[in-house]
Design a protein around this ligand. Structure first.
Ligand code: FEO
Ligand code: CA
Ligand code: CA
Ligand code: CA
Length: 597
């Protein structure tokens, strides 16, 4: 493991300043251009977005809404040419459709028609899109044979691994328990060494409605927050009504593997990786050749997991990794006060994971992974979001975005702040880069928030400027030089911190460890997702999610008005009358060429 030169700033760019306005900003010497927007056609015969004449069939052929994870899969070894695989996490009806009064309260579906619900379903899922740098400029290729939409409305998926076919996964439409239509609320993810993408199903509870009384698995429903009734889908589509289809919800909350290089391939839900509100699937090949996937369960007081494959990755013959993710061991983390991490295996029959305790089989351990984590005594964390592993140093970065519900009595060493509004980053330190071990160490890298306000209790390297600190770390990436970049999601809290979300560089080693530096800023009401580097760091793809959505009634001149389709706080990125704000991918390049930052 190479030692770093401790005193040098590993990031050469001049940082931008905190602030909030209607457009995006990037550090001097870089360009940040919109690459593809919600509604852009992915096929030669697909229509352009027509916001007043949308249809579900058109949306199925267009880039989806609320881009989150971005993966880059090279096609031919050229770092300027590849496939982007993009998650479309959720939809904001009041910004997509005319005539809605503002953000709808949960359980309030006033004005939502069947056609709107179908458009929403078609706007969820993923897009695969070929991109190439031509004449210095990145563009997406509308007529690429690789382009694909995957949606919860129309894409058939297989269910594989130990839980496939279990009684708890069977429905009237699928008596096999091995086939499901679609994927939901795909948030962060990961890319495997063999070029497939792992997409994480996160807040699946929002999509289900119905009366839970008399449900055969009431405790399971409750632990997963189902039904949350955040969407009207169950009104028009029986499988999202738990009273009509009691086990459909068990078929979501998984990690889905997608092969973007084969547009006819069937996505596969890999049950060996457990069922929870998945966020992140950080891939790292351990010293013995086995793959380790680190995963968060993003909810207040939920857990960090890792999956270790049984077999090594076959780097010579990628096709031999087809079933690699069906065999292995899932672990959940306990963070000990002495600085140790204990990884507790979710294995049926071991410890408390027995039939007497409600786990009849390994399938049930996986379907009820949260309950298994509870039984094993895992450490409740402050919302584990994205995770990345640095293959050079063996260190793993865990974004803990916030937890305002943690009380003083619930504070522990790894979650050290009560009412944790601003979040923190924990490092898991492996011994010699062995990611398969059952014991590691942990350290806190930063405690986020404004270091000039003592009551915040922030922890940064003092070299951090007044623009270098951030709040609510959510997504992250490690570039090909081993440097960490963090993207934030403060929700409406930008009005407190005084800055919109963005991307910050964060030093992890040497004397400057814990120093942040602001690189990119999103427009008002958006959060920052992605980020993803091209193979030579010549491009950084960032996903601007839900522009104009979060907390915009607090913005100067809004006078308390929330954003709507007709009256959004920003019309980024088109700034055209009548065109609503559009979640979009932005590609950042260095002016004159070369690596980012
Ligand atoms: Fe979808 Fe946890 O962010
Ligand atoms: Ca996230
Ligand atoms: Ca990431
Ligand atoms: Ca987020």
């Amino acid at each position: 493991i190479a030692a770093e030169s401790g005193s040098l700033d590993r990031f050469a760019f001049d940082e931008i300043v905190h602030g909030v306005d209607t457009t995006h900003h990037v550090a001097e010497g870089h360009d940040a251009e919109v690459l593809i927007r919600w509604g852009d056609p992915l096929f030669a015969d697909a229509p352009e977005l027509d916001p007043l004449n949308q249809s579900a069939d058109a949306q199925e052929r267009q880039f989806g809404y609320n881009n989150d994870y971005v993966g880059f899969v090279p096609l031919d070894g050229n770092p300027d040419h590849g496939l982007l695989v993009v998650n479309h996490e959720y939809t904001n009806e009041e910004l997509m459709f005319p005539g809605l009064p503002g953000p709808l309260d949960e359980h309030d579906f006033t004005g939502l028609t069947r056609e709107m619900v179908e458009i929403e379903q078609a706007a969820h899922g993923l897009s695969v899109v070929e991109v190439q740098r031509r004449g210095g400029k990145w563009q997406y290729l509308k007529d690429s044979r690789y382009n694909r939409r995957i949606t919860p409305r129309s894409t058939e998926m297989a269910i594989s691994g130990p839980a496939a076919g279990d009684a708890l996964l069977k429905t009237s439409a699928d008596p096999s328990g091995k086939k499901v239509i679609g994927t939901l609320n795909n948030c962060a993810g990961g890319t495997t060494p063999w070029g497939t993408v792992l997409s994480c199903e996160e807040n699946i509870h929002y999509y289900f409605m119905g009366d839970p009384a008399g449900h055969p698995n009431a405790a399971l429903l409750e632990r997963y927050g189902i039904p949350a009734m955040g969407y009207a889908w169950g009104r028009y589509d029986d499988r999202f009504d738990i009273a009509k289809e009691p086990f459909e919800s068990n078929r979501f909350g998984w990690v889905v593997e997608i092969d973007p290089r084969d547009p006819t391939s069937m996505p596969i839900k890999r049950t060996a990786l457990g069922r929870f509100k998945h966020e992140a699937a950080a891939n790292v090949v351990s010293g013995d050749g086995r793959l380790v996937v680190y995963m968060g369960d993003d909810q207040r007081f939920d857990y960090l997991y890792k999956f270790v494959t049984r077999d090594p990755v076959d780097t010579a013959s990628p096709a031999n990794n087809r079933d690699l993710l069906d065999h292995g061991t899932l672990y959940v983390a306990r963070f000990n006060a002495d600085g140790g991490v204990t990884w507790l295996p979710l294995v049926h029959g071991q410890g408390p994971l027995t039939a007497e305790n409600g786990f009849a089989s390994q399938a049930e351990v996986l379907i009820k992974a949260r309950l298994a984590g509870d039984a094993l005594g895992a450490t409740p964390m402050d919302r584990p979001e994205d995770v990345e592993a640095n293959p050079e140093t063996g260190r793993v970065y865990v974004m803990l975005t916030n937890n305002t519900e943690r009380t003083a009595g619930q504070v522990d060493a790894a979650n050290p702040r009560a009412d944790n509004t601003f979040g923190h980053i924990v490092e898991v330190v492996t011994e010699g880069g062995d990611h398969t071990a059952s014991r590691d160490r942990w350290e806190i890298l930063v405690k986020c928030g404004d270091p000039s306000r003592a009551e915040v209790g922030a922890l940064w390297n003092p070299a951090t400027s007044e623009n270098g600190w951030f709040a609510a770390p959510d997504n992250c990436a490690i570039d090909h030089r081993g440097r960490l970049w963090v993207a934030t999601d403060q929700g409406s809290n930008w009005a407190t911190t005084g800055t919109a979300d963005g991307v910050w560089a964060l030093e992890t080693q040497g004397e400057r460890r814990g120093t942040g530096k602001m690189f990119f800023r999103v427009p008002l009401g958006a959060e920052m997702c992605g980020p993803c580097f091209s193979p030579d760091d010549g491009a950084l793809f960032v996903a601007v999610q839900h522009p104009a959505a979060d907390g915009t009634e607090a913005y100067a001149g809004r006078k308390g008005r929330p954003s709507t389709f007709e009256d959004p706080a920003t019309r980024w990125p088109d700034f055209q009358d009548g065109m609503p704000p559009r979640p979009s991918l932005v590609v950042i390049t260095r002016r004159g060429g070369g690596a980012i930052g």
